[in-house]
Design a protein around this ligand. Structure first.
Ligand SMILES: Cc1ncc(COP(=O)(O)O)c(C=O)c1O
Length: 438
């Protein structure tokens, strides 16, 4: 019999959670809503593996939804956190580590971040960036793209991909109509559509917010030159461009998506970061031109504050992560991502499953359609029903994938030959399960 170290099964743990937590979870996509079954209750993680409450180990391709770029519980990060925690958990005052982190970010991304403000979540970072853009321009309207997710603040949930798409929700209840009306949603990768919006309402638009490369509807990279054209269009009309690198930042290259191809981007006014920058603890940031950033309180009239902003333990985790993520880490992530993508595609092809695998740097995902989707409408036009059996076959074989087809897969520096071998071994049976679905 399998050892059950915590004395309960995953099912029992989920039942218990459901009695006291809405849906048994603290973030919707964890609920396995689109793949069915009980979520695994995770008790520990190390390197490329997570371990559930029944003592079962899985190769992890969720990587905490991005932060665990070095693998779980990396010794340098754990040591930095322990050292910081021993000095006190937070002081509600400035610490030297905050400026260290801002300098590390500036050194990595160069001129797009002259100044940085630390917050606790990606949602706060984008929410603040939007307020800042409105404060800077004196305008109200925001343009976002269908299928792009920028956190769960009011005004950003219209057609916001992953979690909302997984639950087949049109947006969210509880968002006042007056606030929803301030957001214009445009099809991604469609310059004509956004040009038409600017032609009609350009003088009212404060900002365009765009995922640097879309990865919350599965991975859909921008067409070459799209981000640059967008930036130009915004600037031509006196609006700001907010580049959301919460997911891609410091993951797809040392300087995020921006760093992969700096010349094709144009220069964004504000950039948001999360996930990797906090090394697994609650930390996120927004940065940009000093002239815009200095509009934030206490210097300027745009208010933003946070009891936990720049928390020293979170800053220590972020700093240790960024310092350890050297060129060899990114080479490993890229190579590992390619190996898995090739094997994934071969396994599905061998079973005759219509699919496409698409990537943005080392972030990738599968779509069950013949051509890689370019926008949210195409993402939704796929054989979604093939994913649940594929997912569960992988899980049964000891590989933990994101529990939704609308999510990216995340590799880490700790995914060594043994871990990748387990993924490759699991793929043929999972492809068979996908083939026989429906
Ligand atoms: C691109 C992007 N922006 C913003 C967010 C929100 O970040 P958080 O979940 O830390 O609030 C996410 C989260 O997945 C994201 O992927």
């Amino acid at each position: 019999m399998t050892a059950v170290p915590w004395g309960i099964t995953n099912e029992e743990a989920f039942e218990r959670a459901r009695a006291v937590l809405p849906g048994g979870v603290n973030s919707p996509v964890r609920a396995f809503g689109s793949v069915g079954g009980s979520p695994r209750s995770i008790v520990s993680a190390r390197g490329p593996y997570v371990t559930d409450i029944e003592g079962r180990e899985y190769v992890d391709l969720v990587s905490a939804w991005g932060p665990a770029i070095l693998g779980h519980a990396h010794p340098a990060v754990i040591a930095a956190v322990q050292e910081a925690a021993a000095l006190g958990l937070g002081f509600g005052a400035s610490t030297p580590g905050e400026a260290d982190l801002a300098e590390v970010v500036r050194d990595r991304v160069g001129p797009i971040v002259e100044k940085l403000r630390l917050v606790s979540t990606g949602t706060e970072a984008t929410m603040t960036a939007i307020r800042l853009a409105r404060g800077a321009t004196g305008r109200d309207l925001l343009v976002k793209f269908a299928g792009h997710y920028h956190g769960h603040s009011d005004g950003l949930l219209a057609e916001s991909g992953s979690g909302v798409a997984t639950l087949a929700l049109p947006g969210s209840a509880g968002v006042p109509a007056a606030i929803a009306a301030q957001t214009i949603v445009v099809a991604y990768n469609d310059l004509e559509a956004i040009s038409a919006v600017f032609a009609e309402r350009g003088s009212e638009i404060a900002a365009v917010i765009v995922e640097a490369a879309a990865a919350n509807m599965g991975v859909v990279p921008p067409e070459p030159g799209f981000n640059a054209a967008l930036t130009q269009l915004a600037h031509d009309h006196g609006a700001l461009l907010i580049l959301d690198e919460v997911l891609t930042g410091f993951r797809v290259s040392p300087a995020g998506w921006w760093g992969l191809d700096p010349h094709s981007h144009g220069r964004p006014d504000l950039v948001t970061y999360g996930k990797v920058i906090g090394g697994g603890l609650p930390l996120a940031a927004l940065g940009g031109r000093a002239e815009v950033m200095d509009l934030l309180a206490p210097l300027g009239p745009v208010y933003q504050a946070g009891t936990l902003s720049g928390n020293p333990v979170a800053v220590a985790a972020g700093l240790a992560t960024l310092r350890a993520a050297d060129a060899s880490v990114y080479e490993h992530l890229d190579a590992t991502a390619v190996t898995i993508q090739v094997a994934l595609s071969e396994a599905l092809t061998a079973e005759g499953v219509v699919h496409s695998v698409q990537h943005a740097g080392n972030l990738f995902s599968v779509a069950f359609r013949a051509t890689p989707p370019r926008d949210y409408a195409e993402v939704k036009a796929q054989d979604v029903f093939r994913y649940p059996p594929f997912f569960h076959a992988m899980l049964d074989a000891g590989v933990s994938l994101p529990p939704s087809v609308f999510e990216a897969w995340f590799v880490s520096a700790a995914h060594d030959e043994v871990a990748v071998g387990k993924i490759l071994d699991a793929l043929p049976a999972a492809a068979r399960a996908a083939a026989s679905a429906g």
